[in-house]
Design a protein. Sequence first.
Length: 222
Amino acid sequence: MLDDSKKTKRQGWKQNPEAVKENILNAALEEFSERGFASGSINVIADKTATSKRMIYYYFGDKEGLYRKVIEKTYQDMREGEAKLDLDTSNPISAMRKLINFTFEHHAEQRDFIRLVMIENIHRAKHLGPKDEFSEINALAIDRVNEIYNAGVNQRVFRSGLCASQIHWQISAMCFFNVSNKATFSTAFGNDLFTERGQIELCRSIEDTVLAFLQYNPELNE
């Protein structure tokens, strides 16, 4: 027998299937990021969403289809957040700082996303689906960096000759490491960088590092 809360949720399926799918994806993100693809349980996900395995398979095909959709959604959510940023390229230094700050805070807040990416790298990205589709989801990240970088080059505050994917790699690498290696880093070197003050200062140092790398040098660019 279903309890009243589960009955209420099931009654809403036909009325709002998109909300049901969203609920399943959120529960699946939590399960897969904690236990990985192989050990992640569809039964656990179904129980957390007051749905059934049959309904999950109806929406997502199979376990791998659900897992792939979870990965896609985590990246889509991040790119949508980047798209909403008001980046004023008339001040490319400020715009770059704002983009870095967003990435740093997103990763720090979305730890399930970081764990899921780590897991999928162990699997050598074999669950990501068609390469073109995954690349399309993430194209905005490069577009936003490129927009700021080109403005900076035109204004002679950034040096020329760099590519947006290289800049994005540097930003992503430092912000990602802050979360992915927190346990081992803090055990080895202490927790100072992971206090509220430490995180603020670390984010600022990442901004400064990237901007120093981008800095225009008249001796090299004239």
